[in-house]
Design a binder for this molecule. Structure first.
Ligand SMILES: NC(=O)c1ccc[n+]([C@@H]2O[C@H](COP(=O)([O-])OP(=O)(O)OC[C@H]3O[C@@H](n4cnc5c(N)ncnc54)[C@H](O)[C@@H]3O)[C@@H](O)[C@H]2O)c1
Ligand SMILES: O=C/C=C/C=C(\O)C(=O)O
Length: 486
C-alpha cells in the first residue's frame, strides 16, 4: 500500500504526532494509501521553510533564472507524464483517456503559461509635470506577495493545484499546498519533480490532512501565510475567508457553481447534444464548470431530451484502464451518498426521471465502488433543490424556454455565477446572451475550451478574483510605485 508523506523543506516527512489516515479507492472502496496527517507542527515547519526560501536562494534568483526552473518543472512533468496519470487515476478512479486528454496535460501547461507571462509582462511608468517644470517619473515594480497557502479540491487535483502553484512560483512566491484528503497523490509526486529539477528546498511544500482542526485550518489561520488561494465549495470558502481575515490575508477563491446550458432551436443539434452531454457527465459530473441546469428552446425540447437520454444510457462504466469505460465512479462513498440523496430528493419533489436515478450494477469488487447512474430529470420548478443546489454528480435537469429574455432570466436565477455554455448558430444572439449571463466564463458552441491567458473565476457565490494570464499577477504580486524627481 502506498505511503504518502508530507513534503516540507525538500524532505518527505511523516507527522510528529504519528497520525495517518487512509485513502480508499473510488473503484472498490479498498484502502490504497496511508497518508501522514500534518499537524500544527508540520504546518509551522512548512511556513518556516517557505519563508527562509523566500529570503534565501529562491528570493535572489532573477526572473529568467526562475523561469528556467519552471520550464524544467514542466519538462519533468512531461517526462513523468505516465506517473502522474497513474497517480491521479488511483486517487479519482476516472478513465485513463480523461487523465491523458484533459487533466494531466494541464500540469505542464500551468507552469509554462505563467513562465511566459512573467517573462513578457511590462510594468507601468508615468511621466508627470511638476511646478518647477523639471517633471518627475513614476514607475511600478512587482514584488512577490510572499508565502502562499494553496488549498485544493479532489475533482481535478493536479490541474487545479498546478493552476495555482504555477503562477505563484512564476511570480517569485513560495507555496504550501494542502491537497484534498481524497486526492493527495499528485501533489506529493510534484515534490519529487521539484527536487529533481533543483527548485530550492522550501519553495514548494505539501501538508496533507483535512479542513477544520487539521492541516487546512492550521494553514489558513497561520500568521506566517501572506495570502490564500482556494478552490472548493462555497461554504468552505466562507470558513477560509474568516480564517484569512485574522491577519488580513488576501484571498483568491474559485468556488462552486450551478451552471446553465442554453440550447436554442437553431443550434447544430448533434453538436449541442454532444456538448451538453460532455458538460453534464465528464468526470462523472465532478467538474465545477459542468452543466446541471439545461434550458432548451421549446421546438426542439422533446427531441433534445430523447437524444440526451439515449447518450446517457449508452454510457459504459469501468476501471480506468478499461478502454470501453467512458466514466468512472464518484470520488468516495460519502460523496456518492450526497449525490444519491439528491436523486431521492428530485423524485420527492416531483421530477420526471428521464433516465438513471440510481446505481449501476457493477461486477465483482467494483460493486463496492462509488458508482452512480448518469441521471436526467424534467418537470421540476426552478425552486426545486436539484435546480438550485450544486450536486456535483452526473445529473442535470432540463426545461423548455420560449424567448431569449426568459432564458437569460432563468440562467441568472441562481446564487452562483461560474460558467455557461450557449448553443446556437445565430452568433449575434450568442454574443448578446453571453454578455447578459452573470458568470465568469461563457462558452459559445463549445465547453471547457481553455486559453490560460484569459481571466478565469466566478461571480456571485462562485468566487472572488480572477486568475489566468496577467490577471494572476494581481493576486500573486504586489505592485510598488516609485516616484523620482527629475
Ligand atoms: N471554481 C472552480 O474553478 C472550481 C474548480 C474545482 C472545484 N470547485 C468546487 O470544489 C468543490 C468540490 O471540491 P471539494 O469537495 O474538495 O471541496 P471542499 O470545499 O470540500 O474541500 C476543498 C479543500 O478545502 C479543504 N477544507 C475544507 N474545509 C476547510 C477549512 N475549514 N479550512 C481550510 N481548508 C478546508 C479540504 O480539505 C480540501 O482540501 C465543488 O463545490 C466544486 O464546484 C470549484
Ligand atoms: O472542476 C473544475 C475545473 C476547473 C478548471 C479550471 O480551473 C481551469 O481550467 O483552469
Amino acid at each position: 500500500m502506498r505511503q504518502i508523506q508530507n513534503f516540507i523543506g525538500g524532505e518527505f516527512v511523516a507527522a510528529a504526532s504519528g497520525k495517518r489516515f487512509d485513502k480508499r479507492s473510488p473503484l472498490d472502496n479498498r484502502v490504497i494509501a496511508s497518508i501522514a496527517e500534518a499537524g500544527q507542527a508540520e504546518v509551522d515547519a512548512a511556513v518556516k521553510a517557505a519563508r527562509s526560501a523566500l529570503h534565501g536562494e529562491w528570493g535572489g534568483l532573477t526572473t529568467d533564472q526562475r523561469v528556467e526552473l519552471l520550464y524544467g518543472v514542466a519538462n519533468e512533468i512531461t517526462r513523468r507524464f505516465e506517473d502522474f496519470v497513474e497517480a491521479e487515476m488511483a486517487d479519482t478512479g476516472q478513465p485513463r483517456h480523461v487523465m491523458t486528454n484533459v487533466f494531466i496535460p494541464r500540469g505542464a501547461a500551468n507552469f509554462k503559461v505563467f513562465a511566459d507571462v512573467v517573462k513578457n509582462v511590462p510594468t507601468e511608468a508615468f511621466q508627470m509635470a511638476t511646478p518647477d517644470g523639471r517633471g518627475a517619473l513614476n514607475y511600478g515594480i512587482r514584488v512577490p506577495k510572499g508565502v502562499i497557502g494553496v488549498v485544493c479540491p479532489w475533482n481535478a487535483p493536479f490541474l487545479l493545484m498546478t493552476w495555482k502553484v504555477g503562477p505563484a512560483l512564476a511570480c517569485g512566491n513560495t507555496v504550501i499546498v494542502k491537497p484534498s484528503e481524497e486526492a493527495p497523490n499528485t501533489a506529493t509526486l510534484l515534490g519529487e519533480v521539484m527536487n529533481a529539477v533543483g527548485v530550492p528546498k522550501g519553495v514548494y511544500n505539501v501538508v496533507n490532512g483535512f479542513g477544520p482542526d487539521s492541516a487546512g485550518e492550521f494553514l489558513t489561520r497561520h500568521p506566517g501565510v501572506d495570502a490564500i488561494t482556494f478552490t472548493g465549495e462555497t461554504r468552505t470558502g466562507t470558513a477560509i475567508m474568516k480564517a484569512a481575515s485574522e491577519g488580513m490575508r488576501d484571498v483568491s477563491f474559485e468556488l462552486g457553481g450551478k451552471n446553465a446550458g442554453i440550447v436554442f432551436a437553431d443550434a447544430d443539434f448533434d453538436a449541442a447534444v454532444d456538448g451538453i452531454f460532455r458538460s453534464a457527465f465528464l468526470n462523472s459530473g465532478q467538474v465545477c464548470l459542468g452543466t446541471e441546469r439545461v434550458y432548451v428552446e421549446r421546438p426542439i425540447f422533446e427531441r433534445f431530451v430523447q437524444a440526451l437520454k439515449e447518450k446517457a444510457e449508452g454510457v459504459k462504466f469501468g476501471r480506468p484502464d478499461d478502454h470501453h469505460a467512458d466514466y468512472g465512479p464518484l470520488i468516495s462513498q460519502e460523496h456518492r451518498q450526497k449525490v444519491l440523496s439528491y436523486y431521492r430528493k428530485a423524485v420527492e419533489e416531483g421530477a420526471t426521471v428521464v433516465t438513471g436515478g440510481g446505481v449501476p450494477q457493477m461486477p465483482g469488487a467494483l460493486a463496492e465502488g462509488a458508482w452512480v447512474q448518469p441521471t436526467i430529470w424534467t418537470g421540476l420548478p426552478e425552486t426545486a433543490s436539484v435546480v438550485r443546489e450544486e450536486i456535483f454528480g452526473p445529473c442535470c435537469h432540463i426545461r423548455p424556454f420560449d424567448s431569449e429574455n426568459e432564458v437569460v432570466a432563468l440562467a441568472n436565477d441562481t446564487d452562483y455565477g461560474l460558467s455557461t455554455t450557449i448553443w446556437t448558430t445565430n452568433l449575434a444572439r450568442a454574443h448578446r446572451v453571453a454578455a447578459r449571463v452573470e458568470v465568469g466564463i461563457t462558452w459559445i458552441n463549445s465547453w471547457f475550451l481553455r486559453d490560460l491567458r484569459t481571466a478565469f473565476g466566478g461571480s456571485k457565490q462562485s468566487g472572488i478574483g480572477r486568475e489566468g494570464g496577467v490577471h494572476s499577477l494581481e493576486f500573486y504580486t504586489e505592485t510598488r510605485n516609485i516616484c523620482v524627481k527629475l
